[in-house]
Write a protein of this length. Structure first.
Length: 195
């Protein structure tokens, strides 16, 4: 039950589930241990699970035609991670979702969530609200990438998520920011010399 507390707290930030609704939801949740470098999703396979991070760090990324990695999302505790386009449309994934640390996740199967949402309006409302928030965040990130310098993007990441810097490899952070590891090292050196 302890591993479910974070998920229930996350849900209760947006909606209120009754005890019987909580029990029904937890009845479809499975706890899974994931090893570092293990994949949850891979291109070509349909993403069947919405994954809630209890412990650990993940990233989603794709490879361009030259084999270069582009990190789309980084997730830590109390965040969801999946190839959400694949999950929502039930079509083959285009992203890899990889554990960056040994991790524990709660997995909810698409068919189970869809069934519960049809029966429990409050759960449907939770997923609507969180999906809208994720879309808004994604749009804001796109705009930030277009209007901010690499140093500004790095500083914003540091400010919003200070623990990520110590838990995620520098090359993954650089990929997330759309810069090279070498350029990120230069930014870090410049920031240290300014302080």
């Amino acid at each position: 039950m302890e591993s479910y507390i974070g998920l229930l707290e996350n849900i209760n930030r947006y909606v209120s589930l009754s005890k019987s609704e909580e029990e029904r939801l937890l009845g479809i949740v499975r706890t899974t241990k994931i090893r570092k470098r293990q994949y949850l999703d891979q291109p070509g396979y349909v993403c069947n699970y919405r994954n809630y991070v209890v412990k650990g760090t993940f990233r989603s990324f794709f490879l361009d035609k030259d084999g270069k990695e582009h990190t789309v999302q980084i997730a830590i505790e109390d965040w969801f991670i999946s190839d959400f386009y694949s999950y929502i449309t039930q079509t083959p994934a285009t992203l890899f979702v990889e554990a960056l640390e040994d991790s524990i996740i709660l997995q909810m199967a698409y068919k189970d969530i869809e069934g519960l949402c049809k029966e429990m309006h409050v759960l449907s409302e939770y997923f609507r609200v969180t999906t809208e928030r994720a879309f808004a965040f994604s749009r804001n990130r796109t705009l930030s990438n277009l209007r901010m310098s690499a140093e500004e993007k790095y500083l914003e990441l540091l400010q919003r998520y200070p623990t990520i810097i110590n838990r995620v490899p520098q090359k993954v952070i650089a990929s997330y920011l759309g810069i090279t590891s070498e350029f990120m090292s230069k930014i870090r050196r410049n920031l240290i010399s300014k302080s």
